[in-house]
Ligand binder design. Structure first.
Ligand code: 5GP
Ligand code: ZN
Length: 140
């Protein structure tokens, strides 16, 4: 599995920077987004550096989607949001800011005003950490 030394998500995979980890298996990792668009915003990544949806080998994509469903179910069970989006961006024109493929799990509130390209707003680390424990407890 190859990594990019300059990639923030590769650094998370290698444990060089911390994260609120939700789940990990041989090929995938899930953790909380530290700039949540809504509480419970989680990310799922393959554990090797691949920039986007076009490049990732199909078997790795399948494993990433399997973990995405696992995390989406846990977030849904924990927060019972009004709705939940699964999102993924390719290229700056789609507001991709980290060029290591990742799936977003975004709980939605009724009339929460979230648009497709939301702005980055730093979250409260205590709240994100507490929520990560609750979601972890619901991973089946
Ligand atoms: P994109 O804009 O590429 O679709 O999403 C990248 C996401 O990664 C953003 O939602 C951003 O908040 C998140 N992010 C960026 N840096 C970090 C980090 O160091 N840790 C965590 N947990 N999330 C990050
Ligand atoms: Zn990477």
């Amino acid at each position: 599995m190859s990594h990019d030394p300059d990639c923030i998500f590769c650094k998370i995979i290698k444990g060089e920077i911390p994260c609120f980890k939700l789940y990990e298996d041989e090929r995938t990792l899930s953790f909380m987004d530290i700039n949540p668009v809504n509480p419970g915003h989680a990310l799922i990544i393959p554990k090797f550096h691949t920039p986007n949806f076009f490049e990732i080998p199909l078997d790795w994509l399948a494993d990433t989607m399997t973990t995405t469903q696992k995390i989406a179910r846990a977030v849904q069970k924990t927060l019972e949001p009004h709705g939940l989006n699964i999102l993924q961006a390719n290229g700056p024109g789609a507001a991709q800011s980290v060029f290591h493929l990742h799936m977003h799990v975004v709980p939605r509130g009724e009339d929460d005003g979230v648009t497709m390209n939301w702005g980055i707003r730093p979250g409260n680390m205590d709240e994100i950490g507490a929520l990560s424990e609750r979601i972890r407890a619901n991973i089946a």
